[in-house]
Design a binder for this molecule. Structure first.
Ligand code: CA
Ligand code: CA
Length: 360
């Protein structure tokens, strides 16, 4: 018997060593947790990573030779690269929020989105629309009351990512889920989002640095989308990702953290205000962005986004009232509730009929 114990002890030591040296995402992933609307969530372990990018314009010019140099010089807000610690585990939506999940929310809550409530509508695809008719050169028609999350002008199944939602709409969804489930839902912070996008990588994309390979890993502006917008054909990713418009969520392999479509399909609202120099002032632990601002960040690019702008480090932003054919969201469910947890009493259904509820 005496010889057995050293063997067991050795095995235990080996197991412990494996736990210590293996990154959390390399271990066997448990099945996703599903909430009351059927949204799958995966647990993201705490950790640290290098956030942002400080790539030289010359290096970008070699990788994206078709782009004007001024576009490559406009990425200074991705610097400085800085170490960020995510100190708490959290659940992150394994996919973007889908049309079907949002429909169930609307049916259960009576919520009316900003695009519908303010009467100005959203944006949509119309093959007869000419971008030159838009003062901003918008690729899509709008605002127009015929467009909303219910109709972006192209066909969407219930498993496609919902679009035409404002930052306020995203918060209303999180608040309703928090109140009805007694758990704390919110948008990811910008740092949490990039941590989950990179999933342990330091390259432009989780698959590596090559923009030409992007269409194998994400739904972006590719050779399937380009025929609908011939003026931007030269900017399309080479290859076919199989989708000219939105794709069913989870159509592509997950990254090393087990989440799908962090890049492409739809832009995702995050919680932070945008600050062009915010990285220079950010704390290293759980940064939340500036205390005030004018515009909210969105991340990851979309089905209509050129490869340069579908990198993990790229930052883009809009007013919180913006609704667009390319912008959706995914949610965080907190694991450790902070001091105060949302309760049903915090939710005021009467406000939802008016379509606007500013939470937190
Ligand atoms: Ca595509
Ligand atoms: Ca996305």
């Amino acid at each position: 018997m005496a010889a057995v114990f050293p063997i067991i002890a050795q095995q235990l030591c080996l197991a412990a060593a494996t736990l210590l040296v293996s990154p959390a995402w390399a271990q066997a992933a448990p099945p996703p947790w599903h909430n009351s609307l059927g949204m799958p969530f995966v647990r993201i372990a705490p950790g640290s990573f290098l956030m942002g990018s400080d790539e030289a314009v010359e290096a970008l010019a070699r990788a994206y030779p078709q782009l004007e140099r001024r576009r490559l010089e406009q990425l200074a807000d991705e610097a400085p690269v800085h170490r960020v610690r995510i100190t708490r585990a959290f659940y992150l939506g394994q996919t973007e929020v889908t049309v079907g999940q949002f429909r169930r929310f609307v049916q259960a809550s009576g919520y009316v989105t900003e695009a519908e409530a303010d009467g100005t509508g959203g944006y949509g695809y119309n093959p007869a629309y000419d971008p030159d008719k838009s003062a901003r050169g918008d690729a899509f028609e709008g605002r127009d009351p015929r467009y909303s999350w219910r109709n972006p002008g192209f066909v969407q199944g219930e498993d496609h990512p919902v679009v035409n939602l404002t930052w306020h709409d995203a918060h209303a969804l999180a608040a309703w889920l928090s109140a009805t489930e007694g758990r704390r839902y919110r948008l990811p912070s910008e740092a949490e989002w990039e941590y989950a996008c990179r999933a342990g990588t330091r390259t432009r994309y989780p698959h590596g640095d090559d923009p030409a390979a992007l269409a194998r890993h994400a739904n972006v502006f590719d050779q399937d989308a380009a025929p609908h917008w011939p003026r931007w054909r030269a900017q399309a990713a080479p290859g076919h990702d199989g989708h000219a418009f939105t794709a069913p969520v989870g159509s592509y392999a997950p990254n090393a953290f087990g989440v799908h479509d962090m890049l492409g399909n739809v832009w995702e609202w995050v919680s932070d205000w945008y600050g062009a120099d915010s990285y220079a002032h950010a704390p290293s632990d759980d940064p939340q962005g500036p205390a005030r601002g004018q515009v909210r960040l969105r991340r990851g690019g979309s089905w209509h986004t050129w490869p340069l702008y579908a990198r993990c480090a790229f930052r883009n932003w809009n007013t919180p009232q913006t609704r667009y054919t390319l912008v959706g969201l995914r949610l965080v469910r907190e694991i450790e509730a902070p001091q105060r947890e949302a309760r049903p009493a915090d939710f005021t259904p009467a406000l939802f009929g008016h379509g606007y509820l500013h939470i937190f």
